[in-house]
Design a protein. Structure first.
Length: 80
């Protein structure tokens, strides 16, 4: 089963963020709650954790992409 990685809700005065650094690449194993990507806004740096244990199946938004709250940025495939 796959799980989407989404941009978290952004602070009230911020409309978008930029994908700063992916700490994992497609095919890498991840653990639930492990930081997999950093998002940068003009005010804060946000860490986005993996929602499940699994393997990065797809990175939809590469480094440098502008993203908005609740936008899907990656897909993780669960491992049994």
């Amino acid at each position: 089963m796959a799980s989407e990685v989404k941009v978290p809700l952004l602070p009230e005065s911020i409309s978008d963020a930029v994908v700063s650094v992916w700490h994992k690449k497609v095919g890498d194993k991840v653990a639930r709650d492990e930081n997999i990507v950093d998002l940068e806004t003009d005010k804060v740096m946000l860490e986005v954790p993996a929602p499940i244990d699994g393997v990065i199946k797809e990175i939809i938004k590469p480094t440098g992409s502008t993203v908005h709250a609740e936008e899907v940025i990656a897909v993780i495939e669960a491992v049994a």
